[in-house]
Design a binder for this molecule. Structure first.
Ligand code: SF4
Ligand code: SF4
Length: 310
């Protein structure tokens, strides 16, 4: 029995898992027609609220090969961030993805190591790494790479890892033989479940697969400039920064494995902070507690306003 040769894709996937990514799939860098049309429809309905930047570079969002000249492949990865210890209800809630060090840094460092590896193994490869940082349809690319499906809560869901995962990708000009590319798994395992739609505290999931950011607590508490509109006062379900409700109730997150990334462990006494502790936090303390954390993206003033809206 001869040795089966190891494919280029297998070598890259194995290295990705060695770098502690939880999943890796590789797809062609090509036009995402259907996904781009869905995005345009969503934008037309003004569901992106104040995130006007989403209207820019539609062409690049639709076609990853426009982001890296000559791009042939997209290496998509998932990284589980479910914390070892989750906040219990009581104090103002922080979305789990923001407990520890800002994921943009962590993901970027790992992706750059993966890109370095690809170059060391396969010679000159032009490529760029992306984490939520450029016009990339990350969820669509992850689906195309066979890593999961888009749930009714609009999140990417992996059968094995649930939805508490960061998504990142390398877009590069390394071309693989046809048979080595991953295929999308067409199945959508939401079935007849509607838990996320029923659980959303503000009705932001207006119908399956349709999120209205104007109502979404994640948008209101992080991205929205200025104060939270008065109609949402007292309706944030205790969420101070982001919102995990539609993921917490999802059966695919029913048995979460804790992340292997130590840097995602909570900052200081974050999990135990009461509403009074948050109120007592001054600007300097906020700055030192959350430097290098995604919470600093909302900023001190916004966090204080969020607190008043709880
Ligand atoms: S993140 Fe929260 S507010 Fe937004 S859709 Fe999910 S449950 Fe609703
Ligand atoms: S809660 Fe149910 S409907 Fe919503 S994303 Fe999860 S499986 Fe799909």
């Amino acid at each position: 029995m001869g040795n089966k040769s190891v494919s280029t894709a297998d070598i890259i996937r194995k290295r990705a898992l060695d770098l502690a990514f939880d999943a890796c799939g590789i797809t062609r860098a090509e036009f995402l027609g259907e996904d781009a049309a869905r995005l345009e429809d969503w934008l037309r309905r003004d569901m992106h609220a104040g995130m006007k930047y989403m209207e820019r570079h539609i062409d690049k969002r639709a076609d990853p090969s426009l982001l890296v000249p000559g791009a042939k492949s997209v290496i998509s990865v998932l990284l589980n961030y479910y914390p070892k210890e989750a906040q219990t209800e009581g104090g103002p809630m922080i979305a789990k993805y923001a407990y520890g060090r800002d994921y943009h840094f962590v993901m970027k460092e790992k992706l750059l190591k993966l890109l370095e590896f690809v170059r060391s193994e396969f010679g000159r490869v032009e490529g760029r790494v992306f984490v939520d940082s450029a016009p990339v349809l990350e969820r669509a690319l992850a689906v195309k790479a066979g890593l999961g499906w888009i749930g009714k809560n609009t999140m990417l869901i992996s059968r094995k890892h649930g939805s508490f995962v960061f998504i990142g990708e390398i877009i590069c000009d390394l071309e693989l033989p046809d048979e080595e590319y991953d295929e999308p798994r067409a199945e959508n395992y939401c079935g007849t479940c509607t838990r996320c739609l029923e659980a959303c505290p503000v009705g932001a999931l207006v119908k399956p697969y349709l999120l209205d950011s104007n109502r979404c607590i994640s948008y209101l508490t992080i991205e929205k400039k200025g104060n939270i509109p008065s109609e949402f006062k007292g309706k944030l379900a205790g969420n101070l920064f982001g919102c995990d409700v539609c993921q917490d109730v999802c059966p695919w997150n029913g048995n979460p494995k804790p992340t292997r990334v130590e840097e995602f462990a909570p900052t200081g006494k974050l999990l135990a902070m009461s509403q009074d502790d948050w109120r007592a936090l001054d600007r300097d303390e906020f700055g030192s507690m959350f430097s290098g954390s995604a919470v600093s993206r909302a900023g001190y003033d916004k966090t204080k306003d969020n607190l008043d809206s709880l």
